[in-house]
Design a protein around this ligand. Structure first.
Ligand SMILES: [Zn+2]
Length: 176
């Protein structure tokens, strides 16, 4: 799991740079192909060096860090609905995916979320692998930042396993 003291250097939003200044013609535009080409070749290289399990953990932890940084970009949420609304808008605006909350148990902080048209996996060939490890970490980081506890996120359905949305179970790390 991501540990703030141990893991340095720390990602800072400023590392993303001044995109409009640096890319006056192309701006923020990119393509899913460019993203997936980097993501899957990087994943392959990591697997060659450290194996699947550790590669997945690295993606998960990177996602957690991204989620925490992304949370800082949201306005302070007034309540859960406001948090979800901002998150849904941001994920759609950044073309990451179309988020829906399928179940929310606010007493126990357990949630089921779906992401349609997911940036990582929608349209990929079927396999037995749940591929959206970065997204698991991203959601874990976002929920941890909002609810102030450590969260664990597990993908239970994925495009790659034959479903047409990715489904994520979110729960506190210390939940039974
Ligand atoms: Zn997926």
């Amino acid at each position: 799991m991501f540990n703030e003291e141990r893991d340095s250097p720390q990602f800072d939003w400023n590392q993303l740079g001044d995109i409009i200044w640096g890319r006056p013609i192309l701006g923020s535009r990119t393509t899913v192909m460019a993203y997936r080409l980097m993501q899957f070749t990087l994943r392959d290289a990591m697997i060659r060096h450290v194996g699947v399990e550790l590669a997945n953990r690295i993606f998960y932890e990177a996602g957690q860090q991204a989620g925490k940084a992304m949370y800082q970009q949201l306005a302070a949420p007034e309540d859960f609905t406001h948090f979800v609304q901002q998150l849904t808008d941001l994920l759609e605006e950044q073309s990451i995916g179309l988020l829906k909350v399928e179940k929310a148990d606010l007493d126990n902080n357990r949630f089921t979320l779906t992401v349609a048209e997911d940036l990582d996996c929608s349209g990929l060939p079927e396999s037995n692998e749940m591929l959206c490890t970065f997204d698991e970490g991203l959601l874990a980081g976002l929920f941890a930042a909002y609810l102030g506890d450590d969260f664990m996120v597990k993908e239970t359905d994925c495009w790659c396993t034959g479903d047409r949305v990715c489904r994520f179970e979110v729960k506190p790390v210390k939940a039974p």
